[in-house]
Design a protein around this ligand. Structure first.
Ligand SMILES: Nc1ncnc2c1ncn2[C@@H]1O[C@H](COP(=O)(O)OP(=O)(O)OP(=O)(O)O)[C@@H](O)[C@H]1O
Ligand SMILES: [Mg+2]
Length: 289
């Protein structure tokens, strides 16, 4: 017997269960509580931007997810299972990889050596250079990275965007399911930013969940499907990018709006400056960082 299933035409990936779900997580450093009852849903195939002002708690939240500073309390669920992540190895074992802002690449090593640093492939007790080299080339090709000439090129000779690419490739080399990027475009020029954002998008399109920390609203709006907003250690909104404007996100970041927690957006537009017809045109067009 054959049955025909009709896929709903608008099956949205965001309707699936989250890959990562945090509920009511808290984190204090000594007497200072940095994260208050934070909820977060991160889904496969989607880029979730994590935004918030300096000191809002973004890095602390990421470090909790990555097991660097375990949360004090709250629920941490990954692939539907309640987990306790108290060190980075546990996070890696789940398929969570973080690309930190400083990248931590070794300049004097080549791309292959950087990709495999600390997790080298061995064959009969020796470094399996051939396998590592092949996998490195395959990973870069799989990410459609074409600007790197050779995987044996020293990292010192790479541009900022290429270095970021290598760091991201290192994160996806390990069957990762969730890749977290902390300000990947902060130090990059326009063309390199575009290159890295395209790569970020490709990761999600390949089915990975991506958390992108960024202060740059143009990047966020260009690449994120969802936006999670931290304000003074509280998750004040988690919205879909398509439901908000640039101004609304800025308003959320600066804490100037009332937000409902049911996923529905209820933000007031930030007040635009009244247009002064006689004023000269503005110099810039958008956010910069
Ligand atoms: N190890 C620590 N010990 C004590 N306080 C800390 C520690 N790490 C972070 N904090 C404090 O927690 C708060 C949140 O810091 P966090 O680095 O998470 O902010 P952030 O949102 O990442 O900011 P930025 O955008 O500037 O990177 C800050 O007030 C910071 O001083
Ligand atoms: Mg930070």
């Amino acid at each position: 017997m054959t049955t025909t299933t009709t896929e709903p035409a608008r099956a949205k990936p965001d309707q699936t269960a989250p890959l990562l779900q945090l509920r009511g997580v808290n984190k204090s450093f000594g007497a200072v509580q940095v994260l208050h009852d934070v909820d977060l849903d991160v889904r496969q195939g989607r880029v979730t931007a994590l935004v918030g002002d300096n000191g809002a708690g973004k890095s602390t939240l990421i470090k909790g997810i990555a097991g660097i500073h375990a949360f004090d309390s709250g629920e941490y669920t990954f692939e539907g299972q309640s987990v306790h992540v108290t060190n980075p190895k546990q996070a890696n074992a789940l398929g969570i990889e973080v690309v930190y802002q400083d990248l931590a690449l070794c300049d004097n090593l080549d791309i292959v050596q950087n990709l495999y640093l600390g997790r080298e492939a061995l064959a009969s007790g020796l470094l399996d250079e051939i396998t590592m080299e092949e996998n490195a080339a395959e990973t870069l090709a799989g990410l459609s990275v074409r600007t790197v000439k050779s995987v044996r090129q020293k990292v010192a000779s790479l541009s900022g965007g290429q270095r970021q690419t290598v760091a991201i490739a290192r994160a996806v080399l390990w069957n990762s399911k969730l890749v977290i990027l902390d300000e990947p475009t902060a130090a990059l020029g326009v063309a390199q930013t575009e290159q890295v954002l395209r790569l970020v998008r490709r990761l999600a399109d390949r089915g990975l969940a991506v958390i992108l920390i960024s202060h740059n609203m143009n990047d966020v709006l260009a690449v994120a499907d969802d936006i999670a907003v931290l304000y003074l250690g509280r998750m004040t909104a988690q919205v879909q990018t398509k439901d908000v404007t640039h101004n609304q996100v800025v308003t959320l970041i600066t804490g100037g709006a009332l937000v409902q927690k049911d996923g529905h957006v209820d933000v007031e537009e930030a007040h635009e400056d009244p247009i002064d017809e006689d004023a000269p045109p503005p110099h810039g067009t958008g956010a910069q960082s």
